[in-house]
Design a protein. Structure first.
Length: 209
C-alpha cells in the first residue's frame, strides 16, 4: 500500500473519534504525559484534554458518510490508532470537539516515494472519499526530535447523518528507524472550535526515542 493511502486511513480516524467520543470514559494513564517506551514515543497532554477509550473505535467509523468506492472501503477496515484524545469545551454546541489521533507502524517507502510527497498523496486519496477536500498548506521537510518530519494543513466536509461541517485537518508525519509516526489534529473553526494553540503545544512536546 502506498503512502498516500496509508496516510489517508490514519488521517480520517480523528474526526470519527471526536464526533462519537462524548459518551466514552477517559482512559487514565496517570499524569499529563503519554509515554510509550516500546514505541519510542512521548508527548504532553494539554490541560482540558482527555484520553478516549479505543475499544469502541472500530464502531465509530460507521458514523462517517463517505463516497462509495475502494478508498472508502479501505477506511472502514483500516487500523486503529494507538492514542485518541479530545478536548470538550463547556458550552460547545453539539458532539464535535477538537481531537487528536496518533499512529505508529512499521514502514518503508515504496520506489519513487519520499516524505515530501505525503501531503499531496494523502490529499489525492482523501478527495476520493470526502467532499470539498482541499490541501491548504504544507511545510518543507524538517527535523523534530531528531526525526525527519513534515506537516500539512487541509480541510474537508465532515458528514454524518446528523452533522455536516467543514473540518480543519492538521497532520504531522515523521519517519524514523523503520517506523512512521502520524499525528492528526482536527478542529472546526466555523463552529467556534479552535484547537491550534493546543496542537502547537502537543507538537512542541513530542519526543521520539
Amino acid at each position: 500500500m502506498g503512502i498516500g493511502r496509508r496516510e489517508f486511513l490514519k488521517a480520517f480516524g480523528a474526526t470519527i473519534a471526536a464526533y462519537a467520543a462524548g459518551p466514552l470514559q477517559p482512559v487514565v494513564l496517570g499524569g499529563e504525559c503519554y509515554i510509550n517506551r516500546s514505541l519510542g514515543l512521548a508527548f504532553r497532554q494539554p490541560p482540558g484534554w482527555n484520553y478516549v477509550l479505543l475499544k469502541q473505535f472500530p464502531l465509530l467509523r460507521n458514523e462517517q458518510v463517505l463516497e462509495d468506492n475502494e478508498i472508502s472501503r479501505m477506511l472502514l477496515s483500516g487500523a486503529d490508532p494507538y492514542v485518541v484524545m479530545d478536548r470538550r469545551d463547556p458550552g460547545s454546541p453539539g458532539p464535535l470537539a477538537a481531537s487528536m489521533t496518533a499512529y505508529v507502524e512499521e514502514f518503508a517507502f515504496e520506489p519513487g516515494e519520499s516524505l515530501s510527497q505525503v501531503p499531496t498523496l494523502a490529499a489525492r486519496a482523501l478527495a476520493l472519499a470526502v467532499r470539498e477536500h482541499e490541501l491548504l498548506e504544507q511545510s518543507a521537510v524538517f527535523r523534530l526530535s531528531g526525526t525527519e518530519s513534515i506537516e500539512y494543513f487541509a480541510r474537508f466536509r465532515f458528514e454524518t447523518p446528523d452533522v455536516s461541517v467543514l473540518a480543519r485537518h492538521r497532520s504531522l508525519v515523521g519517519v524514523k528507524g523503520g517506523a512512521i509516526f502520524t499525528f492528526n489534529f482536527f478542529d472546526y473553526p466555523e463552529q467556534g472550535i479552535d484547537g491550534q494553540a493546543d496542537f502547537d503545544a502537543i507538537r512542541a512536546s513530542i519526543t521520539y526515542a
